[in-house]
Design a protein. Structure first.
Lengths: 410, 310
């Protein structure tokens, strides 16, 4: 046997044995496409740790429908174009479930690409599980059958925040600050129309969009809010943009309530400190001081111990467990059947029952408005401060109508 | 009124930080003809060195030690890297420093990780110094101002009033004559390169905790530093100073202006709902330095105070 032939045969043998091996132990791969470097790298990394932890939990309990789950990470540098490259890479590696959350611009690109892929490749469909991209369009105008959202969208959260505002009679003016992309624009539009509707007497003294991830010093923005005499600030910022905004507000001594979506985690509390107590509010599906079972608290503790990171994304666990339930029911990786099982599914989370609304694939879950406070049982980021619930909004009350006309595969 | 005062103060501090960065770049360029693409990377190194040293020695020692370390790194780069490449001409130098910028970024990612590090303002300076129009002014900013002005005065004294400054100035224009007089010109070059890097390092030390210390900080400030040098005029320290302040003021003032295109160009019938009319001056702030760069290259290619065309 010549040398060349020998190599070729052994290579073929190797490939064959590899193929046999992978067929034996089938794994469900979840492609996690989010920023893992750059200004939002730490945010993406935190999400990944939640997914990995949830996957380990499911694997320890026997996996999804008997198959082991593996979370494969892809760094999209929060760039929609790069995300499509990573999506293709993931599909080529046999990934059938895509999880993404950071950046509605990315989610918009992914949902289109996945719909197109599924149309062209029947039998190889891919499911898009969105855990944090909250542009309302994704489950309204742009809704599609393969996209499921596990976070409350901008309009739902804004409705909660403005309901709180309705009873604050001493607030006379508001300032809106958001990042300049689809999500930030949706945030600004929702804030404007809902304040107008619920408190027509409040004057909106400023509505600003700033470039995402580019501003390193928010002091000029904070000083603008102060000279505009805003009584309350609405901000949709997240990640470093949130941390730096709070840092600047803190340094300038800006002591008005900040109504946020993402003030409660991922670095922001560390930057806040004493001066933010009683002022920074957030609307979320979770914070550590919501009462829950001992089992859930043990999970939170264990997560924080193994990852040295705050437990933040309860919805990642909801997402993984609902997927688990769907795969268990179907019994195989038949994506269209799994999608059908997820539609309308109800699931009991440690914080109440949630439903995946079939009309638009938007999860309905209880939401909590909470305030950054002293003397709470569990603190965030080892600051000694934590969040205290002001208002609990039951899942049914968070529902907003949808314009989605879902086209289901026949 | 208060908007103007705040914009002036913040613009001044940002402008002086930019000058600290661009002074080194413009000195190196005017002396050696090297456009150091990796200059902002030395700024990043300054911040990271100060972060690591600060954990052991405290901020105040790091304030002096970190720039010295960065300067030493700069000297090594000049002596063992740039000097060898110098013989192959300007393109090779440009490519060398360009590659170096990427190498430094990757090294920083390997050593300190891909995310921002918790490089904080020292607690001694973490209070508000005075109150201005109901808004508190952090002491650290005034400290930055003081350091920048100290550096400016020191640089001016060194270049204009000392013997070393005389030799440096002479080597700028007449390197052969200086070497005939018995001075070691390559060593002067190395010292200038090291000093330029140390200045960038100092900017990193005081800017890293004021802004954010992360691996992408070099690439986010690098382009603006080049704008400063080009607008000020290649190789002109005075020009770099004026351009730094100009860009500092321009950016902070722009943020405080709320007018949109629709309001400014209402005579042309621009609607506030259109894609163009919607744009506000404030949202243009990050782009303004580059608009200035393009305009400057079109109208006055040698920059404000520059002496050579390029």
């Amino acid at each position: 046997m010549s040398k060349g032939v020998f190599w070729k045969t052994s290579l073929t043998a190797l490939l064959l044995s590899g193929g046999v091996l992978s067929a034996e132990a089938e794994t469900i791969k979840i492609g996690y496409i989010d920023p893992l470097s750059g200004p939002f790298g730490s945010t993406g990394d935190a999400g990944l740790k939640h997914f990995r932890y949830a996957a380990d939990e499911i694997n320890a309990a026997g996996g999804m429908g008997g198959m082991q789950v593996e979370v494969v990470a892809f760094d999209n540098k929060i760039n929609p174009k790069e995300s499509l490259v990573q999506l293709q890479k993931a599909i080529d590696q046999g990934v059938r479930f895509i999880a993404q959350g950071n950046g509605s611009s990315v989610a918009n690109a992914l949902t289109d690409a996945i719909a197109k892929h599924n149309k062209r490749n029947p039998g190889e469909e891919v499911l898009f599980l969105n855990y944090a991209a909250v542009d309302p369009a994704l489950t309204n105008k742009k809704c599609n059958y393969w996209h499921f959202r596990f976070d409350a969208h901008v309009d739902m959260k804004m409705a909660g925040l403005t309901d709180w505002l309705r009873d604050q009679k001493d607030i006379k003016s508001a300032y809106i600050l958001a990042q300049d992309y689809s999500y930030g624009r949706a945030f600004t539009a929702a804030a404007k129309s809902m304040i107008e509707e619920k408190r027509p007497d409040i004057k909106i003294v400023g509505a600003e969009l700033h470039p995402i991830g580019k501003v390193k010093d928010f002091t000029p923005y904070v000083q603008k809010m102060m000279s505009a005499k805003a009584d309350v600030v609405f901000t949709g910022n997240w990640g470093t943009d949130m941390t730096l905004l709070v840092k600047a507000a803190n340094a300038s001594g800006h002591t008005v309530p900040y109504l946020t979506f993402y003030g409660g985690g991922l670095g922001a509390p560390t930057a806040m400190g004493q001066s933010a107590v009683g002022l920074v509010k957030q609307i979320t599906e979770f914070h550590e001081n919501i009462e829950a079972s001992e089992k859930q608290m043990a999970r939170v503790d264990d997560f924080e111990k193994t990852n040295s990171l705050d437990y933040y994304y309860e919805r990642v666990f909801t997402l993984m467990n609902m997927l688990d339930k769907a795969v268990d029911g179907v019994g195989s990786v038949d994506v269209p059947k799994i999608a059908a099982a997820l539609e309308g599914m109800t699931y009991e989370t440690p914080y109440g029952e949630v439903t995946m609304r079939a009309d638009d694939h938007q999860l309905m879950q209880p939401l909590y408005i909470s305030t950054f406070s002293e003397g709470v049982a569990r603190d965030v980021e080892n600051t000694g401060y934590g969040f205290k619930t002001d208002i609990t909004i039951p899942a049914a009350a968070t529902e907003t109508p949808t314009t989605c006309r879902m086209r289901r595969p026949s | 009124m208060e908007t103007v005062v705040f914009a002036l103060l913040n613009g001044l501090i940002y402008g002086l930080l930019l000058f600290m960065l661009s002074s080194g770049l413009t000195l190196i360029f005017s002396m050696m003809g090297v456009l150091n693409m990796a200059h902002a990377s030395f700024y990043m190194l300054g911040a990271y060195f100060a972060f690591t040293l600060g954990q052991h020695t405290g901020f105040w020692f790091a304030l002096f030690l970190a720039p010295i370390c960065v300067g030493a790194a700069g000297a090594c780069v000049e002596k063992w890297g740039l000097r060898k490449v110098h013989a192959s001409g300007h393109v090779a130098e440009l490519l060398f420093t360009f590659g170096l910028a990427y190498v430094i970024e990757e090294l920083v990612k390997i050593i300190w990780g891909k995310f921002a590090v918790a490089y904080e303002i020292p607690p001694e300076l973490n209070f508000s110094l005075f109150e201005l129009f109901g808004s508190q002014y952090p002491a650290y900013r005034i400290f930055m101002l003081a350091v920048s002005i100290g550096m400016l005065a020191g640089l001016w004294y060194l270049l204009k009033r000392t013997r070393i400054g005389l030799i440096i100035q002479a080597s700028l224009t007449h390197p052969h004559m200086v070497s005939h007089l018995g001075h070691n010109v390559p060593r002067i070059f190395m010292l200038v390169f090291a000093a330029g890097c140390a200045l960038a390092g100092l900017a990193g030390v005081i800017g890293g905790n004021y802004l954010v210390t992360e691996p992408s900080m070099a690439f986010s400030i690098g382009p603006i530093v080049f704008v400063v040098v080009v607008v000020g005029g290649m190789g002109s320290l005075e020009g770099a100073f004026i351009a730094s302040l100009l860009i500092g003021f321009l950016q902070t003032f722009a943020i405080s202006i709320d007018a949109s295109f629709a309001e400014i160009f209402s005579f042309a019938g621009l609607s506030a709902d259109g894609d163009v009319g919607r744009i506000t001056i404030a949202s243009l702030a990050p782009m303004l330095p580059f608009i200035l760069l393009v305009l400057m290259l079109m109208l006055r290619p040698r920059g404000l105070m520059g002496e050579r065309e390029f």
